[in-house]
Design a binder for this molecule. Structure first.
Ligand code: NAD
Ligand code: MG
Length: 344
């Protein structure tokens, strides 16, 4: 592996793309969130005056907007309390809410899974519908999509970590839901994410996109893969590209990262990479990818303009991942860099 890296140029430019923050509010919100994770009483008090995003068996409660998009229905805690009372649920359910954020108005934001209640009854009470996040994510705006993805990931983590893997005894959560502790051994468990690399490979003129057989019709995306234990970001990138398409990377530049809740919880680490124009012959591993191809700037530019996915019977067209996916960002960045270079 060391020999591979001797020739690999790595550019880290992580300071770009920082999320926008409004002056001092960001620091006070970050510190407030941290306090709520450490202080159960403060968190319970924040819950009483907070907003709650409801989920039913990990599907979020959403409302349709007039423009045909979706928005989550964040309810104030007193409204959720009334709904729970009307549906004869005991008050302890509310305390299972999990802290997911803090609004610009300093209100704590929580999520709560009401999967043990009747789904239709809750939907009627709350004037929304519980929808599969994978299908609805792309009709939500960035900030809301991020909160729901985080909520789903944390709720699933609590559902699957109710017992200590060392002792088999029950674990108990803190009020914020940021950790669980084994009642017998005291082992503390924190929510886990799997690091995943995702890379847009270019040969200078074209970019490389691949598809798995499970992808929607026509969709091609950047190459991605889970990091192995002990691997660095750049080692994982080189291995994944070598495994999936049989190419050796020449240079890597970091772009940005994204939390991704599917199928479990991943931290997607997004990079651009180049290969030598003299070595672009693909050897696709068909156990991993159904297909991988080089696409021209023109093909990718027109695909970015396609607004609706191709239906059955339509002529085959290239369909790219939606805006909420980091793959979309990598593809857009590549197109912008090509356009800028051609203007210079
Ligand atoms: N947000 C985006 O833009 C975007 C785009 C592409 C892929 N992704 C995500 O990236 C992830 C990884 O991509 P991939 O499927 O090509 O990975 P991959 O190429 O590593 O292949 C998946 C296989 O890796 C193995 N694996 C190793 N460690 C694993 C772990 N911790 N969890 C699950 N499986 C593990 C499993 O055998 C699995 O079948 C997927 O979950 C996918 O949803 C996100
Ligand atoms: Mg892969």
């Amino acid at each position: 592996m060391a020999a591979v890296f001797r020739h690999l140029r790595i550019i880290l430019c992580a300071t770009k793309c920082l999320p926008s923050r409004c002056c001092s509010g960001f620091i006070s919100r970050a510190r407030y969130m941290n306090r709520l994770k450490e202080d159960d009483e403060a968190c319970l008090a924040a819950l009483q005056n907070g907003h709650i995003f409801l989920f039913h068996r990990l599907s979020p409660l959403l409302q349709r907007t007039e423009r045909g998009t979706l928005k989550p229905a964040p309810l104030v805690t007193s409204d959720v309390q009334s709904v729970l009372q009307r549906l004869s649920s005991d008050g302890s359910l509310l305390k299972r809410s999990v802290l997911i954020g803090c609004s610009k108005q300093n209100q704590a934001l929580f999520c709560l899974d009401v999967g043990e209640l009747d789904q239709v009854a809750v939907e009627e009470q709350c004037e929304g519908n519980f929808m599969d996040l994978r299908k609805s994510l792309f009709l939500l705006t960035g900030a809301e999509a991020h909160l729901l993805a985080k909520g789903k990931a944390l709720l699933r983590w609590h559902q699957t970590n109710r017992f200590c893997s060392a002792t088999g005894q029950p674990t108990h959560r803190n009020q914020a839901g940021s950790q669980r502790v084994c009642s017998s051994s005291g082992i503390v468990y924190y929510p886990l994410m799997s690091p995943v690399v995702i890379v847009l490979v270019s040969d200078g003129k074209r970019c490389l996109l691949g598809r798995q057989s499970s992808f929607p019709r026509g969709m091609y995306s950047a190459l991605a893969g889970f990091c192995d234990m002990g691997e660095s970001l750049e080692e994982a990138l080189c291995r994944e590209v070598a495994e999936e398409v049989g190419l050796e990377l020449q240079s890597i530049s970091y772009s940005s990262s994204q939390h991704w809740p599917f199928p479990h919880s991943s931290l997607m680490l997004g990079c651009h990479a180049s290969v030598s124009p003299a070595h672009t012959q693909l050897q696709v591993d068909h156990t991993e990818l159904e297909d991988a191809r080089w696409f021209s700037l023109e093909e990718v530019t027109s695909a970015l303009k396609v607004k609706t996915p191709p239906s059955r019977g339509d002529p085959p067209i290239l369909w790219l991942p939606p805006k909420q996916a980091i793959a979309h960002r990598l593809i857009t960045e590549w197109v912008q860099s090509k356009v800028q270079n051609s203007e210079c």
